[in-house]
Design a protein around this ligand. Sequence first.
Ligand code: 5RP
Length: 228
Amino acid sequence: MSQDELKLSVARAAIDYVPDGKIIGVGTGSTANFFIDELAKIRDRIPATVASSKATAERLESHGIRVLDLNEVDSIPVYIDGADEISDSGAMIKGGGGALTREKIIASAADRFICIADESKQVAMLGRFPLPVEVIPMAHRLIARKLDALGGSARLRMKNDAPFVTDNGNYILDVSGLQIADPEALEAEINHYPGVVTVGLFARRGADVCLLGSPAGVKTLTFGRGKP
Ligand code: 5RP
């Protein structure tokens, strides 16, 4: 099975977690895109969505699915999104697509986080995938030095020979070389650096359920963490 077929299999499985008549949060990335395309088939069952990026909003709207601003919504029963890495306890690295801040906001608003990923994303210890950190542009070198002092190696994300700019107008540092034994502690530490907008560690609010695509079928991992 190709990686795309695995992503499609979990996107289809995630439809079972969409409650009828409720607003759902939708993530960003290639796996989330498969999910959006599946969601389009049942769009009459949901009133609207909240999107974690401009790209996701555009894709949802291209399918005729209504997108609301988070400020227009009182509750989000379910948030469905991909991950770059997921640990045995449901902690994740996210932000490979650069949408980590809006993803974290919607995840924090949601009652349940359903992670959809192919099995290559499951790891014993987070950190092989470079950890994305969204930063205020004026602070990127300052923050990079602090992240290097933690034992990592921070690089400014580039696109077309210029810094990659997020939907929020900020930059991203990708930190390689970290072995993240205590994701909650590292999330709290990096969040405290002035100039950091969001660290792409989703440990305090990790996944409640992960649907992992494998050639043998979709595995369901339940973490039952609940909303912090
Ligand atoms: C975007 C994300 C994505 O969920 C993550 O990068 C996984 O993407 P993909 O499904 O394309 O592998 O966090 O900011």
